[in-house]
Unconditional design. Structure first.
Length: 287
């Protein structure tokens, strides 16, 4: 009987110890329980910066709390958020300012006119422009117009940045007229496209300093949008009819040779709004 009583006592102690162990196990922290220090559904890991990874739980920590070693305010590889890489079109160097992507430096030949990082350096300089063409001596050879037959030159271009300019060289030829005929020399330069009238041109002779004659036009030889020089002028006036003789007969004029090389300086009106609009110039003779 004593052995049976002792065995019962041992069984009771074993059951009591097992119950205590079970209670202790139930008191351990649940990895998915927020009250234990872990984040729900996050495997027990917590954002030590106190902000959510996607920014939904608060404003991003631009000091890099959620992105160790990175400054989210100025790092273009982690701009405003970890792994947010700034990359825009035609940009040589990307930048990050106050957590927002920005343009650091444009690729050669491109310019950021609208100051928007979303489209990068959206404005391309004219393909024919060179450092030399910003000076009269390096003017781009645009071709020749002659009055022997109606001829025309088209020039498409752009002026960026605002203080830039482009020079063109134009050969304008006055072919000989027969005695008694009319001199058809008629040089005209005008903008076919000039959005918001933001482009202007000045016209000089080949010496780059003498302004080209405007045939008495009141607009003057600079700041032009149109230039018009006609040898004949109105019918019966000027060199119509004309003769090649040194002593013209009554009712005729002497035919002059107005052939010339002119230099055209194209630029933006400094008072016009800066855009990426381009221009088109038409140069005609004999028309």
């Amino acid at each position: 009987i004593a052995d049976v009583v002792e065995c019962a006592r041992m069984s009771t102690w074993r059951l009591l110890l097992a119950s205590l162990a079970l209670v202790a196990g139930c008191a351990s922290a649940n990895p998915s329980d927020d009250s234990g220090g872990g984040a729900s559904g996050d495997g027990g890991h917590r954002d030590l910066a106190g902000t959510s990874r996607d920014g939904a739980g608060g404003s991003p920590d631009l000091a890099g709390g959620g992105c160790p070693g990175k400054n989210l305010a100025s790092d273009p590889m982690n701009c405003g958020a970890c792994g947010n890489v700034c990359k825009s079109a035609h940009v040589a160097t990307n930048a990050c300012a106050n957590g927002q992507c920005a343009v650091g430096m444009c690729a050669p030949g491109y310019f950021d006119v609208n100051a928007m990082a979303s489209d990068g350096c959206e404005c391309q300089q004219s393909a024919q422009e060179t450092p030399a063409s910003k000076q009269c001596a390096g003017a781009i050879a645009a071709g020749e117009v002659t009055d022997a037959m109606a001829s025309m030159i088209e020039i498409d271009g752009n002026i960026v940045p605002r203080d830039n300019e482009t020079w063109y060289e134009i050969r304008s030829t006055d072919d000989p007229e027969p005695d008694g005929g009319c001199n058809n020399y008629h040089l005209k330069i005008t903008f076919a496209d000039n959005p918001k009238t933001q482009f202007r041109f000045d016209l000089f002779y080949a010496d780059c300093t003498t302004p080209a004659s405007c045939n008495g036009m009141g607009e003057g030889p600079s700041g032009l949008t149109d230039y018009d020089f006609s040898a004949s002028g109105a019918p019966g006036d000027g060199e119509c009819p004309c003769t090649n003789s040194a002593t013209p007969p009554a009712g005729q004029h002497q035919c002059q040779d107005h052939s010339q090389t002119v230099r055209l300086r194209v630029y933006r009106d400094p008072n016009a709004p800066l855009t990426c609009d381009s221009y088109k110039l038409l140069i005609t003779n004999g028309m």
